[in-house]
Design a protein around this ligand. Structure first.
Ligand code: UT7
Length: 331
């Protein structure tokens, strides 16, 4: 079986730490509400660092931990919904920053499921291209750029950060499932700026809105709809991936879920019939960092010795799109 091995991971967490009490100074909220409804105590937000710089820092660390040089990377897949540029890709800017001179590079947008989609893609490249030795999957997110800090129902959830993994071909166990349901796109989105070119004869919003409300350049969410989707999508994705190789969910050592809300993770665990002590959770300190959340939790659990070589891991996420996915690998 062609699988992949994670050779090294890295993460970058901005120094600026915003607690629930800090947020209560700018919006009508309080620590008690945020803690009990979400499990979040603090989030880290960039003090100006761009998305690519966070991604480059995480990548440098992942390369160091993998013991390989940037020049050995053949492909960089950067996952982000908050690139610094419409073009070029943030992956190309990271490629230059880490000296990955021989790497192809592109961005992948699957929102919070991005890292899972990225690992799935990396495995497929490694499986079909024998010249390719190492792939860098780097998730970098600056959600503070699209967060509406006057909307108390959403601004309390999000943080910034980046995390990366260097992967190589191996014969270790691997299975994955990725999916999407575009009917739910209207429940979680952030629009790009309005296009008013000199030849346009109307600026009426209804031409461009469709299911999506006018304005909404900041992240908009229907929290209840997203919550409902998430609690079903996480267990469904994990089961679909496991079923492909006849793996029993009970044989997985660690679940590394997207860190969106502790109550979502608890419900997903219950629906899977798995105890919470098998779930890696770091939401209290980071909040939701979109595609960076799974690899950040993974990196922290590897670094503190919780996850050990040989452990079977299920990385499982959901996000805007709506997207979902799970990757089951042996560390
Ligand atoms: O990566 C994916 C990103 N998004 C998600 O994962 C979001 C998924 N959804 C959620 O996590 C939850 O729906 C939220 C955390 C967003 C909201 O939790 P909830 O338990 O569904 O709360 P709610 O929206 O039903 O609001 C309950 C009350 C409301 O007050 P009333 O109408 O009952 O008087 C809100 O106005 O809580 C109020 N409220 C707040 N109060 C204090 C909403 N936000 C806050 C707040 N502080 N920050």
């Amino acid at each position: 079986m062609c699988g992949i091995e994670i050779l090294g991971t890295g993460a970058y967490t901005p120094v600026l730490r915003v607690t629930n009490d800090d947020l209560a100074k700018v919006v009508d909220t309080n620590d008690e509400w945020i803690s009990t409804r979400t499990g979040i105590k603090a989030r880290h937000i960039t003090n100006g660092e761009p998305t690519w710089r966070m991604g480059a820092e995480a990548s440098r660390q992942a390369l160091e931990n993998a013991g390989i040089d940037g020049s050995e990377i053949g492909l960089i897949i950067a996952t982000t919904i908050t690139s610094d540029f419409s073009t070029p890709s943030v992956a190309c800017v990271i490629q230059d920053a880490i000296g990955a001179t021989d790497a192809a590079a592109y961005d992948l947008n699957a929102a919070c499921s991005g890292f899972v989609y990225g690992i799935d893609a990396a495995k497929r490249y490694l499986q079909t291209d024998s010249d390719l030795k190492y792939v860098l999957v780097v998730a970098a997110e600056r959600l503070s750029k699209i967060t509406d800090y006057t909307d108390r129902s959403s601004c309390i959830l999000f943080g910034d950060g980046a995390a990366a993994a260097v992967v190589a071909r191996s014969d270790k166990m691997f299975t994955s499932y990725i999916g999407a349901d575009g009917r739910g796109a209207k429940f979680l989105y952030s629009k790009v700026h309005k296009v008013l070119h000199p030849f346009r004869t109307t600026d009426a919003d209804e031409i461009e809105t469709g299911d999506f409300a006018a304005g909404k350049y900041f992240l908009y969410q229907d929290g209840k709809e997203v919550y409902k989707f998430a609690t079903k999508a996480l267990p469904a994705a994990a089961k679909k991936a496991a079923d492909k190789i006849g793996l029993d969910i009970a044989d997985i050592d660690w679940f590394v879920p997207h860190q969106a809300n502790i109550r979502i993770i608890e419900t997903a665990a219950k629906n899977l019939g798995v105890k919470m002590d098998k779930f890696i959770v770091n939401i209290a300190e980071h909040g939701n960092t979109s595609s960076a959340s799974i690899p950040t939790a993974l990196h922290e659990a590897i670094t503190d010795g919780t996850i050990k070589r040989g452990d079977k891991l299920c990385l499982v996420g959901f996000g805007a799109g709506l997207t979902m996915g799970a990757v089951i690998i042996e560390y």
